[in-house]
Design a protein around this ligand. Structure first.
Ligand code: LMR
Length: 326
């Protein structure tokens, strides 16, 4: 009898415990505004999880570097302070040099080529290259091609000479400005507006959606449409957290994430054109379209960067990325 009572108690406490179990918390930290491809993707992910795993998983999104800057967020993931982030591929250098391929100037013709490379065998393999550091890459997310803004018009590479440009923490991006005799300054995204406003720096490179949502166009007289590089993201979590998710939860989280990424990529495509048009309409900054010979000059001037980083990145990987243009 006593044994039966004990067993019943045990079952009861397990059921009650199961019912009262605190939800698994996923903190998603990022640095951009909510009205951007990444911002909207994060909100979509939260909504999907709330619908599909109510009471079991709770997602909190922290935009605008409220919680961590991109230079700290990977460390925070490893320490378990946040569970999801989507840093730019340019900000992974201290963890692996492989993603530097995405920073090579004028490598990709357009975002379709970027997508083809990311979905290729080589691109998918890159997602696993952070595993030895305790990080799991769950997918790529698009933002778009980068443009060059400054407080003077930039038509050809000589116009950049002596100017200070903010870059993300990437040696390839720094080299890209050094080869046109400009001065790169590595700074976190959250500081860019103030640096431009106070004229501590002269210019920066970014996508239309970042230039628009963070109001860089209000403190830059000109934006040259160079499409000289790509700004995309890796959606990343901790290996330990991912492996520790219960087996009935992980697939739902993964599916929701993939759907949110697909949605984010659609937003990226729309915002790229929309935000460019909004900047033009604002008349606060002049958008310069390059002639093909001017663009060719930038391409030629920045070409030495490829050679400089070829050994670190690997000639095969560069070749695979180039193939995606065809
Ligand atoms: C930047 O630092 O310019 C970007 O990486 C910000 C972002 O996350 O889009």
């Amino acid at each position: 009898m006593r044994k039966l009572i004990t067993t019943m108690c045990c079952i009861f406490s397990m059921v009650a415990g199961g019912l009262n179990a605190a939800p698994i918390e996923i903190k998603f930290s990022h640095v951009v505004a909510e009205n951007t491809p990444k911002g909207k993707m994060a909100i979509r992910f939260k909504k999907l999880i709330e619908q599909r795993l109510p009471g079991k998983v709770k997602v909190s999104v922290f935009p605008n570097a409220q919680l961590f800057n991109d230079d700290k967020v990977l460390e925070a993931i490893i320490l378990g302070d946040v569970q999801l982030a989507a840093p730019s591929l340019s900000k992974l250098e201290t963890y692996t040099k492989k993603f530097q391929v995405f920073d090579l100037p004028f490598l990709f013709d357009d975002m379709q080529a970027v997508e083809r490379f990311q979905q290729s065998e080589e691109g998918q393999k890159l997602l696993t290259s952070l595993e030895s550091k305790g990080l799991t890459g769950l997918g790529y997310l698009h933002n778009g091609m980068k443009q060059l803004s400054a407080n003077e018009p930039l038509y050809d590479p000589a116009d950049a000479k002596g100017k200070k440009f903010r870059v993300m923490a990437s040696d390839v991006l720094a080299a890209q400005f050094q080869v046109v005799n400009a001065n790169p300054v590595k700074k976190p995204f959250s500081e860019v507006f103030t640096l431009l406003q106070t004229k501590a720096i002269d210019g920066q490179e970014n996508t239309w959606s970042n230039i628009y949502s963070k109001k860089f166009f209000e403190v830059q007289s000109h934006i040259t449409e160079t499409d000289h590089g790509v700004l995309d993201y890796i959606v990343v979590t901790s290996k330990e957290f991912w492996a520790g998710l219960p087996s009935d939860i992980r697939p739902v989280v993964e599916k929701s994430l993939q759907e949110a990424i697909t949605f984010g990529n659609q937003v990226a495509l729309q915002k790229d054109e929309q935000d460019k048009q909004a900047i033009i309409a604002s008349k606060k900054s002049t958008v310069i379209e390059l002639t093909s010979s001017q663009r060719q000059q930038w391409k030629q001037a920045m070409a030495p960067v490829w050679k400089e980083f070829q050994d670190e990145i690997g000639a095969d990987l560069i070749e695979a990325a180039q193939k995606a243009n065809q």
